[in-house]
Design a protein around this ligand. Structure first.
Ligand SMILES: Nc1ncnc2c1ncn2[C@@H]1O[C@H](COP(=O)(O)OP(=O)(O)O)[C@@H](O)[C@H]1O
Ligand SMILES: [Mg+2]
Length: 442
């Protein structure tokens, strides 16, 4: 009976992993048992083929190879039995050409089990002479089979994990790339959309301007040609000596009417042009300055009061009891307040609407970095359609009385443009309208 130095084998395996572990144990086993070839092999899933993972031939590592299990003793090992053939193996497996070519006489093979108990590998020793201590060698293999299996499985899992990690990394990289390019595309189409919208609203504005100015100019031209035709007739009759007093009277009446219409319509056209100019928010030349809003609003309301009084509207000012000094464009802000107050006067209290107490309130609140200005009325409010279109240039419910529909559009442009604020409109029918302007930051 030969005894192996198991302690030595175990010590040599300390802290070795993967390929290193397999090579160390193959070499240690090989040296202990005196075989010609010792190897550890892995089987494919259907156990047709065996692939050596570590192979020692003579006293050296040899190149790994793959072989078919058909007709081999290894096939029996893979069927889950330790095979011990101390000699004349070739008589038992006459079709195993490899064994014959290698001149093998003795064979010992032990199965390797995975954690589920299935055979997934082999540890094999081949001898060119009859084996003397075959049983002991088989026991030694069985002793280490568990350890080898565990390491093989661990290395396999590690490899799978590594591959998974890599494919995950790849996936993350490609997803990131996809997302980045999607974001890029989104940004560029957003830019494009904004440009398109700008152009479209410019187009709408220009079309609106042309239409609005055309109407009074057309009427004025008609008036003018009426006067000219009358004058021509007058000149003819004068030359013929057929001009009567009645002709002259009739002409004067027509000419006066036409002249008034021309004047009215030219005035309207010129007013329109003044308003269009205000749509371009930066037409103002007033510089930014520090304004105490409390005093400033008081003085604006003094100038608005007569207009309110004649309309029978009460005016309330709700101002903070402290100075509120902000850096702003006073004349643009004045334009906003004036437009809002005059809208409330013009639209909130129509004659058909009997209201005992008509009130317009200007409310100021906040501090120098965060302040709000509110113009509120307790009038008729607006229906949904009006609220939806109130900021559109030329939208008015009051065209008959000369409304141009530019007041709110101008307010919106000034507030969100150079005044750098936010406009919020709240309106409820028969309750009233409140327009709030919020400013943040100096
Ligand atoms: N305080 C208000 N109360 C009721 N309706 C209002 C008020 N302010 C504005 N509106 C409505 O909004 C429309 C648009 O206002 P605006 O742009 O100033 O044009 P305009 O005053 O020339 O009609 C008005 O025609 C009116 O219908
Ligand atoms: Mg208006």
């Amino acid at each position: 009976m030969i005894h192996f130095n198991i302690d030595k084998i175990i010590t040599s395996l300390k802290s070795s992993y993967g390929k290193d572990f397999l090579d160390t144990i193959t070499m240690q086993l090989h040296k202990s048992i005196g075989a010609q070839f010792t190897f550890i092999a892995k089987l494919d899933a259907i156990r047709n083929v065996s692939q050596t993972m570590s192979l020692v031939a003579g006293d050296e590592f040899a190149e790994n190879f793959e072989y078919s299990l058909e007709f081999t003793p290894c096939a029996d090992v893979s069927d889950d039995s330790t095979c011990i053939f101390p000699s004349k193996i070739c008589n038992l497996y006459p079709k195993d050409q490899l064994l014959i070519d290698m001149g093998i006489d003795g064979y010992i093979g032990a199965p390797l089990h995975d954690s589920k108990g299935a055979v997934f590998g082999l540890v094999v020793a081949l001898y060119s002479k009859p084996i003397e201590n075959a049983e002991e060698v088989a026991s030694l293999f069985e002793l280490f089979a568990g350890r080898i299996s565990a390491e093989l499985e661990r290395a396999e899992k590690e490899h799978a994990l590594f591959e998974l990690n890599q494919s995950l990394e790849q996936k993350v990289a490609s997803r990131t790339h996809e997302l980045e390019s999607a974001l890029k595309q989104l940004k560029s189409s957003q830019k494009q959309l904004i440009e398109q919208e700008k152009l479209a609203s410019l187009g709408r504005l220009v079309a609106g301007v042309a239409h609005e100015v055309n109407t009074p100019l057309g009427v004025a031209m008609l008036g003018n040609s009426t006067v000219l035709a009358g004058v021509n007739q007058l000149v003819k009759k004068l030359a013929n000596n057929t001009l009567s007093k009645h002709d002259l009277d009739a002409f004067l009446i027509d000419a006066k009417e036409a002249g008034e219409s021309v004047e009215f319509n030219l005035n309207r056209a010129s007013e329109l042009v003044v308003n269009f100019k205000q749509i371009a928010t930066d037409f103002h030349t007033d510089p930014k300055s520090d304004v105490n809003l409390v005093e400033w609003i008081s003085s604006i309301s003094t100038s608005l009061k007569p207009m309110l009084k004649s309309a029978g509207i009460q005016f309330k000012l709700e101002l903070p009891p402290y100075a509120l000094i902000v850096n702003t464009y006073p004349s643009r802000l004045a334009q906003v307040v004036t437009n809002l107050v005059s809208n409330a006067i013009k639209h909130a209290f129509p004659k058909t609407h009997n209201q005992a107490e008509k009130v317009i309130t200007i409310r100021l609140s906040g501090d120098a970095t965060n302040y709000a200005l509110e113009i509120a009325d307790n009038g008729i409010g607006m229906d949904e359609d009006t609220q939806a279109h109130i900021l559109d240039p030329f939208f008015t419910t009051d065209r008959k009385s000369g409304g141009m529909g530019l007041g709110m559009s101008i307010v919106h442009n000034l507030v969100t443009g150079s005044l750098n604020g936010r406009l919020v409109i709240n309106s409820e029918q028969n309750k009233g309208t409140k327009v709030s302007v919020y400013f943040a930051g100096k």
